[in-house]
Structure formats: C-alpha cells, structure tokens
Design a protein around this ligand. Structure first.
Ligand code: SIN
Length: 304
C-alpha cells in the first residue's frame, strides 16, 4: 500500500488530493495542465436531474482573498452527464466522484439507482449545500432531511456516499452527526460561505443573483475551524475544503482532522496545483518519517 493512500470508509483514494466540484469543469478542459493520474480523484461540476441554465450574469467576482460565485448549478443534466461526460472521466486513471444535487427525494432516488449501476464511479458527493439556487440548501440545513438523502443512496447499492455540507448554519456538527448516523462514508467540509459584493456608486449588487458563495484563502480559517469542530464530535472521515493553496495548507487540514482535501478556487489560477501538491505530500511523508500520510489526521494538540 502506498504511503499516500487514504481510506474513507468504503472509498479508497490513491492520495488525499481531490479537485473540488465546480472548479475543474468536467476535467476535459484541464487536460493541457495536469496529469490526472497524479490526483486522488476528480469531482466534476454538480449535475442535476434536468439541465439548468444557471443564474443571471455576472456570476463571479473577485473579492479580497477570495471570490464570490453564483453559478446556479448551470449544467447539461444527469442523462447527458452519464452519456457523454462519464465515459471520458472514467478513463482518466483516477477516482471519479460524481457530485449531484436535486430538489426532491424521488430525483435523488433515480440518480442513486443509475449511479449504483454505472461503471467507473468511485463515489457520489451529495451537494446538499449550494447557496445559489432555490431549494439548494434545504436538505443540507436540516439534519433529518440531510440524513434521508444519504439513506436513499445507501439503500440503492454499494457506492460510497460523501455529503458536502454547508457552513451557512449555526453549527455544522448536528448535520455531520446526522449524515454519519445515516451511513455517510465521509463528509466534505465545507461548501461556500454566503456573501455579497456591492458597487456602491451604482447602488447595485455586483452579482446578477445578488448573493453568492465565498471561496478562496479568505475562508481557510473558517473551514479549518469547522473541520476541527466536526472531528471532535464525529468519527466520519472528513474531506477538508476551503482556501487551500499550498502543501502547508493541506497539512493544516489533515492535522485538524481531515483525511483528504479538495483543491478548489486555487485551480482557477493554477490548474496544475493539485497534482503538484500530491507530489509535495509524498516528500512530507519522507521528511516526517511517516509510514502513511494518514498518521497526521487529527493530530492537533490543544491544551486549554
Ligand atoms: C453554483 O453552481 O452556484 C455553485 C455550486 C455550489 O456552491 O454548490
């Protein structure tokens, strides 16, 4: 077993570096920039049961230390994804984690049945946390509803299930506990923080949808805090996401309690970064004299 391999319950990753949904397209766009086999896995843009046109422009704006997006889950729909995107993705030599969102349990059920029967899918990530669509966070802000979505996927077959949770709640812990109890193999912590940008001269919001989700280095301390809090309260493996742009950032998330991480906004300005971080992690294993990178997970020492 490689020293970078990580186990998230039923999901095995060759290394802990994933690319986050919505920041890596459907991978084809990134071919010139990265060796896909260097990654622990790819999480393509969220797919929904029906095609979605997304939100009105502007959909993104840079902010201090980050960016706001309000894409609105623009995608060509689940059937088109299965027919045209998955066949390409599954030949890339890395784990493919399909990210899905839906508005009803029946819609989740149909996708669960199809994904469990599909070839070349390593896991599903449930986007129950998009801040930019009506109904997007309904499942993810209510522990019972969040657990029910996980249960639908657990009952549909053996595909590992990851729940991507929203930070836009008083505490993520009860929701993480509910999805853990329902059988989630891992939780991704966290999706974007709701925010806004204003053009005060025009007295207008900058984003077409007024509000958007904040990502990038500005949110790293917030995401780290949530990873640490959930790690104290739950045993479910955590995938940390939020502003990671260096190997030290990755290591901070691991020490806080994450078993793996997702590189998101940083891929927009350095599309090769995720692959580079995976090789830097290999060097850390040697320098720190580790048998496995997972020895670092949850090793934060707090004295109060
Ligand atoms: C979006 O498409 O609006 C972003 C997706 C997300 O934040 O989950």
């Amino acid at each position: 077993m490689s020293s970078l391999q990580v186990q998230l319950n039923r999901l095995t990753l060759a290394n802990p570096i994933l690319v986050a949904s919505g920041t890596f397209g459907y991978a084809r766009e990134m071919t010139a920039f990265i060796d896909f086999t260097a990654l622990g896995g790819i999480i393509p843009k969220t797919v929904t049961p029906q095609p979605r046109a997304g939100n009105p422009p502007p959909r993104t704006v840079e902010t201090t230390g980050g960016m706001l997006n309000s894409i609105g889950l623009d995608n060509d729909g689940f059937d088109q994804f299965m027919a045209e995107k998955l066949p390409y993705l599954r030949d890339l030599g890395t784990a493919v984690i399909v990210n899905v969102a839906a508005k009803t349990s029946d819609e989740f059920q149909r996708m669960a049945d199809t994904l469990n029967a599909a070839e070349g899918v390593a896991a599903v990530e449930l986007n129950i946390s998009c801040p930019n669509v009506s109904g997007g966070v309904d499942f993810g802000t209510n522990p019972e509803l969040a657990a029910n979505v996980v249960k639908i996927f657990r009952a549909a077959g053996e595909l590992p299930v990851i729940a991507k949770l929203t930070p836009n709640v008083t505490s993520v812990v009860p929701i993480a506990q509910a999805v853990e109890e329902a059988g989630a193999d891992a939780v991704s912590l966290v999706n974007t923080f709701q925010g806004m940008a204003i053009d005060w001269k025009r007295r207008k919001p900058i984003l077409g949808n007024v509000l958007g989700g904040l990502s990038g280095p500005a949110i790293k301390p917030l995401a780290l805090r949530i990873v640490w809090q959930v790690a104290q309260a739950c045993r479910v493996p955590i995938i940390g996401v939020g502003g990671i742009q260096s190997c030290d950032d990755v290591l901070e998330f691991l020490v806080a309690g994450a078993s793996a991480v997702q590189i998101g906004t940083a891929s927009f300005y350095n599309p090769g970064l995720a692959g580079q971080l995976a090789s830097e992690l290999a060097a850390v294993v040697v320098q720190e004299n580790l048998q496995s990178i997972s020895e670092l997970t949850g090793t934060l020492q707090v004295s109060r």
